[in-house]
Design a protein around this ligand. Structure first.
Ligand code: HEM
Length: 361
């Protein structure tokens, strides 16, 4: 028997290896013209792993503190071998991961993969999306540069607008009334301990649910395949789909490496909390659609503060979004058209408003 075969037997005797990976052998992936959308969840997972690995490397030199954070990042970028590249990969990968998580969510919506029995997969996915945005928000402050400082000031101020809970939440996030070194220490704790712990937990849950429910077939195609079973086409997950997924990761790694090397991530200027806010301060692109909307709402709408109204409206939409599968009929033939309409509207609105926010002064 080959060495590989021996190792396999050794593991099987101790761990029941075949039982462990057995379900992966039984799993299949439906084949149709939109099958490539199934790669997006895996690419998001791959980028998460890159984040963890590069984040650990950055931790070797990064120091959280208003007097040393900026300098430590400067040191990483100028003195540490390949430090600039690791930092650039971490920042680019963060942005790509948020992008692929959004793209994965919209693909799940348009393929109607959130329907019964995948409601909980959707809910855990939405929690992951919020966590991923939390990673972005908390990580942005860590280099302690001017744009990060003022964007955090504005971002936490907006949180403070939520009636009743907003003010205590803002003080909790900032570690006081103002954005200071205490905010930086707190954000560091969220970024390297709380959020990674929660994200790992929810990724495990999400993947267990995906494994439990299998990969969905778009409902229209499922009907066609039920009427004509010989038309059903699928591929084994292991090794056929897994190898293709590996190729997708390889491409993602190529794109990431090229972006990070050709466009190294900037550090900017150290934050000065006593300086006036620079003109035209904007949040990261994934918060821009909300930021721009809040800017456009008049200061008073029917005697209510415009910003408060905007924040409440976004909260309500987010809640409806999380619960979306529960508004869908669970009858296999009945689908609610408004959900797809809502998704098309949301995608158009988010893209349009982000572009407007990007171009606006
Ligand atoms: C860190 C973020 C996320 C990771 C790592 C992740 C990972 C994955 C993976 C590996 C799969 C299986 C392959 C695929 O269908 O793409 C999957 C499926 C799925 N994900 Fe995610 N996901 C994330 C976020 C989300 C979000 C934001 C949603 C939506 C709210 C979501 C909802 C789903 C659903 C419903 C499926 C089942 C798709 C099907 O059966 O066709 N996920 N996810």
């Amino acid at each position: 028997m080959s060495r590989l075969g021996n190792a396999r037997n050794w593991l099987d005797e101790r761990l029941g290896w075949d039982d462990l990976i057995g379900p992966l052998h039984k799993k299949t992936v439906p084949l149709h013209r939109l099958s490539y959308w199934y790669f997006l969840g895996g690419i998001t997972l791959f980028l998460f792993v890159i984040q963890v690995l590069t984040g650990i490397l950055l931790l070797l030199y990064y120091r959280p503190g208003a007097n040393e954070a900026f300098e430590s990042v400067q040191y990483i970028m100028t003195q540490v071998q390949f430090g600039w590249l690791i930092r650039s990969i971490h920042s680019w990968s963060a942005n790509l991961m948020i992008f692929t998580a959004f793209a994965h969510m919209f693909s799940v919506l348009f393929l109607k993969a959130y329907r019964k029995p995948r409601e909980l997969t959707w809910v855990t996915g939405m929690i992951l999306l919020f966590l991923v945005m939390g990673f972005g928000f908390s990580g942005y402050l860590l280099p302690w540069n001017t744009s990060a400082f003022f964007a955090t000031k504005v971002g936490t101020e907006i949180t403070g607008q939520v009636p009743i809970l907003g003010k205590p939440l803002m003080v909790f996030l900032r570690g006081g009334e103002e954005v200071t070194g205490a905010t930086l220490t707190r954000f560091f704790g969220f970024h390297v301990a709380v959020l990674p712990g929660l994200a790992t937990l929810f990724i495990v849950l999400h993947l267990l649910l995906v494994q439990r429910c299998g990969i969905s077939v778009p409902p229209k195609l499922e009907l066609e395949w039920s009427a004509n079973p010989s038309a059903r086409r699928e591929m084994k997950f292991f090794p056929n789909f897994a190898l293709r997924e590996l190729m997708a990761w390889y491409v993602a790694l190529g794109v990431l490496g090229a972006l990070a090397a050709i466009f190294p991530w900037n550090l900017g200027v150290k934050a000065d909390p006593f300086a006036p806010a620079p003109a035209g301060i904007k949040p990261e692109w994934y918060f821009l659609f909300m930021f721009q909307t809040l800017k456009l709402i008049p200061s008073k709408v029917w005697l209510i503060d415009g910003e408060v109204l905007g924040v409440l409206a976004f909260g309500l939409v987010a809640l409806v979004w999380v619960l979306l599968p529960f508004f869908e009929s669970d009858h296999p033939l009945h689908m609610k058209g408004w959900i797809t309409g809502f998704a098309v509207f949301a995608l158009t609105y988010m893209t349009g408003m982000s572009l407007y926010g990007y171009l606006a002064k």
